[in-house]
Design a binder for this molecule. Sequence first.
Ligand SMILES: Cc1cc2nc3c(=O)[nH]c(=O)nc-3n(C[C@H](O)[C@H](O)[C@H](O)COP(=O)(O)O)c2cc1C
Length: 342
Amino acid sequence: MSSPIEQRKAEHLELCIRGEVDYREITAGFEKYRFRHCALPELDFAEIDLGVEFLGWRLAAPLLISSMTGGTPQAGEINRRLARVAQEKGIAMGVGSQRVLLEHPEVMTTFAIRKEAPTIPLLANLGAVQLNYGCGIGECQKIVDLLEANALILHLNPLQEAVQTGGDRNFKGLLTKIGVLCRALPVPVIVKEVGNGISAEVAKQLVEVGVAAIDVAGAGGTSWAKVEAARAQDARQQSLGAAFAEWGIPTTQCLEQIHTALPNIPLIASGGLKNGIDVAKAIALGAGLAGLARPFLQAAHESEEALARCIDLILEELKTVLFCTGSATPQVLYQRRSLERL
Ligand SMILES: Cc1cc2nc3c(=O)[nH]c(=O)nc-3n(C[C@H](O)[C@H](O)[C@H](O)COP(=O)(O)O)c2cc1C
């Protein structure tokens, strides 16, 4: 018999693999930008280097497998596939919320991916709201240690919690608690949304209390209100999820506004990125890393090879953008300012 939390995880996976859960009306906004083509790149394609530094980590490319799963046997298999391919490609990887681990330590095997990915940055994950529901510094340190993680990601998901019947809705006092955690933990704390976006105002508050990086996780990709509507057991959750299916700040808007307000804060772009051209546009808009969730989940569900092919294609597309804008590295792509708003 699986617990309610494990049951929820299984439903989330199933819906995100097969369901119609993307935003329909809102887009992440990448189609509103175009790169200025450079007909004379003066570069050898073979010498283009996608390598980047982020929070002191050296990565082979500015790519992140965004936080997704853990806690069920299927999630364990997906996590292992994601971890092996992330290691092979030299990119970073997050796991899904580890709250389930605190209540059910027996599911640790589904998160035990360090042996599959010995050298890449692995990012632990917990809902920030859990700081109001019994999780303190000790629990956060524990989930970091269990994963042998290089950072802790706290996710902010007020809409998802509000839509979920019985969701954890007391978000009072979280900023102070996040600040305390940032000072107490030996690893960086990153804060992300789950697909509704982070405004410049909220980003400023987070940075002021010591958050090391922000993942905007904006609107335009997976809509968690839609996911929660689709798995609803009652009319309230179904109607509320449907009403808020298109709620949120588009990813490109978050990036532009946060990068303008806080040009030095390490930024991760996620929410609705579909290919290497979107990744390139995110970098040009100020992101140091670009994260994808559902597209990688769907590929990993098919097979490890499908995931490797999916990532190779994204990297080839990114390299092609660098080539055709005359940029030898992602950093040069950012500096050249060859992205135009249509
Ligand atoms: C199956 C699934 C489970 C997810 N679980 C978590 C989670 O536990 N913690 C978290 O921070 N984000 C979680 N997310 C959100 C993603 O990290 C990401 O922010 C969001 O899906 C937007 O990216 P996308 O449009 O590329 O899917 C999950 C996403 C998917 C698809």
